[in-house]
Design a protein around this ligand. Sequence first.
Ligand code: PYR
Length: 618
Amino acid sequence: QTKLLLTDTTMRDAHQSLLATRMRSIDMIKIAPAYASRLPELFSVECWGGATFDVAYRFLQECPWQRLRDLRAAMPNVMTQMLFRSSNGVGYTNYPDNVVKEFVRQSAKTGIDVFRVFDSLNWVEAMRVTMDAVIENNKVCEAAICYTGDILDPNRAKYDLNYYVSMGKKLRDAGAHVLGLKDMAGLLKPAAARVLFKALKDEVGLPIHFHTHDTSGISGATILAAAEAGVAAVDAAMDAFSGGTSQPCLGSIVEALAHTDRETGLDISAIRQISNYWEAVRHQYAAFESGLEAPASEVYLHEMPGGQFTNLKAQARSLGLEERWHEVAQTYADVNKMFGDIVKVTPSSKVVGDMALMMVAQGLNREQVEDPTVEVSFPDSVIDMLRGNIGQPPGGWPEGIQRKALKGENPITERMGKNMPPVDIEATRAAVSKELLGFKVDDEDLNGYLMYPKVFLDYMGRHRIYGPVRTLPTRTFFYGMEPGEEITAEIDPGKTLEIRLQAVGETNEEGEVKVFFELNGQPRVIRVPNRLVKSKTAAKPKAKEGNANHIGAPMPGSVATVAVTAGQKVNAGDLLLTIEAMKMESGIHADRAATVKSVLVHPGSQIEAKDLLVELEG
Ligand code: PYR
């Protein structure tokens, strides 16, 4: 046996799974040199991809490419790793093949060494374009099998040992350098791990990289079983960011394997020192903690991915369903069965979650949803998935529910990307540049736009006003400054600003305040809108419960588009508006024929749960 290799996930999956993906670049870049000097034996540092890409633009006002460039420069001797959703890129929908290839090329160029590639339904056909692109760019292609079910459970024959071995062989034949086993919910148990990894090792023959989550509290035991069974590498998070819905504890794994034949060779004092840094960082993000207070064996019932758990819980809370969480969990399991028992990971997990929340909110059970005589208004994401737009699960979609949701429309069974026309990259660059008033759109920006057009343009708009806020200290970025407080921010390499807040004046009639501060010792004053006052005077009316004319916000977020105007007639199913919340854009539709009486929001409006969005009449 050789040393067990470790990937540190702190900069990607750990904060995605514990803190709603909110970790800022500055907190990563500060510690990156310590990884380079003290832990160069790590297999890799997972620091990019997954949800971090859009959250950076959307919520942190940062360019994700700059994060990658800065990390690359600070850790030139450590492999960087990203998570890539195959034809869904780092988004939630299928993209044309040339967009996927272009994104891989740019990620490789900016600084990714290892691409962990997966498909949310384990559909190998959907992974090939990405895998080929990674290989063409001379980077490490780690193709991952997503693990679900329990190979030792005879009642779960769909995902038996043979299923995983045969998928592993397909990925090997497609050119994978490393076989990933992505246990995104943390379902693999120690005894099953021994059987699974032995079979994959013997029959596929690729080095295996194991990823799991500690929601159940037992993943450390599974890691040790995997190490005994001969996996080459495992994922773990630095101690302060480990456990619960995150990865198992890196320092403890290193200690547990000391003086064994899988000794990791990592310096435990370096791990402790780096983890102490992460501990202080985590405190600054307390507002985003919404996690699991104790290990939960319920994960074997619902099978929610670690990265989804806290999001879904927050969504349930915003719908007033927090008290009924265990019902949501049971319904999530029922929906999975109704969809034919599928792999649940971004984006398929989001679809199962949307359906489960809708059923609990509306008091519907699986029998009623499947009954062709009961009218059900399916969430858009469900209709889209059953159309075949995010791919094909093993054995296809169950016909009954598919027919009902699609109302007679024919689903597709081919890979969506196959029939999507390529995007004209240079014409898009020119159009984006024009939209941004002549701004020179480089390849990184262009790839940001191609993944998330609206999110990118909104980010650029804010960036133009506020500048590089990524360099502000995290506490200041999220919570602002106190009078008397002094901070330092480096706006360009070597150009540092000392900012001292002196006082904030009274709010004038326009709702503005004067802010007195010192900039590098020079007194300054500016007037800014007082957002607190504004939000008080602009408190929005709420949708009245039980009033069918009131269309309220299902969750907090922002309005993305408005599709109707006052006076317009709408039919049941017509789109009224789309909202952006919890990583996804979702449509809100009329549930009957009516006339729009008034529209109370516009694109960009910030909304709270139950805010009145549209009023209908007739
Ligand atoms: C992601 O796609 O973001 C996951 O963590 C699975």
